[in-house]
Ligand binder design. Sequence first.
Ligand code: SAH
Ligand code: SF4
Length: 345
Amino acid sequence: MTTDLKNKTRAELADLASSAGRKPYLADYLFTFIHQKNETNLDKITPLPKSFREELIGRGSFISALSLTQTQSDPDGTMKFLFSLPDGHGIEAVRLTDSNRITLCISTQAGCRMGCRFCATGQLHFQRNLTAAEIVDQVYQIESACGRANNLVYMGMGEPLDNFDEVVRSLDILHDPKGRRLGMRHITLSTCGITEPIRKLAALRFHPRLAVSLHSADDETRCQLMPMARKESLGRLLEALRYYQDQTGRRITFEYCMIDGINDTPQQASRLLLLLGDLQANINLIELNPFPGCPYLPSPPSRIRKFASRLEKAGMETVIRFKRGRSISAACGQLGAEQLGKQPS
Ligand code: SAH
Ligand code: SF4
């Protein structure tokens, strides 16, 4: 049986070393070479005894690497990276620069099962979950090519909480002091709002910032936009979020895609304020990014500004997100748009 060592947390590598009759601290060398020095050749990790390296290789252990197949740049500085997985599926990651902040937006699945009607990824056939190794390697490869980033957002293709175990393992790996050392305050996980894993996330010993894609404050409109909402009412979602906030003390960000005539009325803004009531929250309003076949239109900018000022007047911290990376289909919800025309129906 083959084992991808990049896919193991440091604790798991220590168990692996112990079970091979080796000192557990050897796992630290292994982990640091893989996650700090980006080494993919096991035989080059010379602080490990040669006999141990040979034993690992003999047992089918290896260190995986994604293959970067294409890089595209938008005039606004946004870059999009296309990776191909060993089984041929394609995933995308984005690098955004904003004065002195560099943010990487990474994928957690090839495709997405949630089927949101306003999202290009949601229209792709679901292929599979990514492994933790495939999630963290997006960071390593982009940083090797372009330098270090300060922020990481799990907002690329896929629903992170639908791939809970691998996503949690990737967080554990990325924030490990012997690896990439990325602080949890610099990591945001964006979810469409699946409640059971939100509660599980609250119970972890580390907590990323949480962003929740809300898009409507009434169940009927939300179900129309997001088929997954039929199983997760807003009542249940808010209960889980209150629990997350109680356990972690973290403020929650809500993402709200502004869709013409669907969720951008003054009534919707009032309902939103009512719904979020006592939560410590802030809201990002995102102008809908179109893609071929998208059944919706973006709200006009004047309506977005009015919606924002209603929220602000009520004391809600609100930011309007401007379009980024559209010329290369790298904006929110456009990932996978170029694959859309190519997949079998
Ligand atoms: N599955 C997760 C994370 C990936 S989607 C989630 O849904 O939160 C990342 C963000 O892009 C989400 O807030 C999503 O609602 C938003 N998004 C999806 N399609 C979009 C579109 N066409 N225009 C603007 N934002 C979009
Ligand atoms: Fe999946 Fe998020 Fe797109 Fe919905 S918005 S289909 S959950 S990636």
